[in-house]
Write a protein that binds this ligand. Sequence first.
Ligand SMILES: [Zn+2]
Length: 340
Amino acid sequence: MSKTEKLSYPFAEKPSFGGLLEVSEGLFWLRVPIPFALDHINLWLLRDGDGWTIIDTGFFSAEVATIWERLLEEFCAGAPIKKIVVTHFHPDHVGMASWLVERTGAELWMSEREFLTVHRVCQPYSEREITVRAIFFERFGLNEKQLASVVNARSSDVEGLPEAPVSYRRLVGGQTLSINGENWNLFSFAGHSPEHICLHNAERNLLISGDQVLPSISPNISVTFYEPQANPLAEYLNSLSRLSELNEETLVLPSHGSVFQGLHRRIDQLEAGHQKQLDRLLEFCRQPRDGKEALEAMFGNRLSAFNLSLGVGEAQAHLNYLVAKRELKQNDEFIPHYQR
Ligand SMILES: [Zn+2]
């Protein structure tokens, strides 16, 4: 596939909410609703011996619980759930995990850092975390009104995730997971989340990509107050170059949008999108700029409180990447400025 060709979407129809579509033998695509702009997440059911393995669980809601209840009774017809696999800690992926573990008795499989992160985000912020988080936004250069909106906004991580799963089995990148007697290679990637798992079936050219590669949006790559100097964009770009070693014919099963082919083309587009933002920042930082100015150069100045906190994280990630590459210098003022 050349760079100018578009992605191909082998399935003309997406399944309706709660409906299933078989995308490869014994592998079913399930779409369930999430109550914000993204509107849906894709989950996967894989035949596994005399039962089923579930990959990702959905954002916790009564509506999604009803969908699972019906599928377990009708589609799975009471057959055992062998494994519940969660790609990463975001609530649309892990939100229903505790409920499903309790309902089915299945073991939950996750990477260690994602499991620990679920536990962290299920705790309300401590007084000190609230203070340190506010200072992070203040040092970014947000004005008082913006600060009030991000500091007071409830963390969306907590919604859709009422309870952290208590125990788990560990998934490790580089190892394999057997599902229905087939080996799925596990990749673990940082950048979008700390230890995001993707599952690759080399025999059948299938990649369950989670949020790591999506067909129509670029996953959020954010710095947070926990590690203000982190360089998640470098980690994310590294993950894309590892995924580009997979076959171009790979059928990609993403967590949002449609099943597609054209992995290399999509990786090129994602890399180009980040490079465009980096080039824009380098041009913009011919004179000293603070984080807020950089954010506005990237995304404009009309972000909602939710998008503002994501945008701050994303802008900081691009700035940190350029500082780490020594293409920008960061001074040591309380509100640091960045310049070429
Ligand atoms: Zn995610």
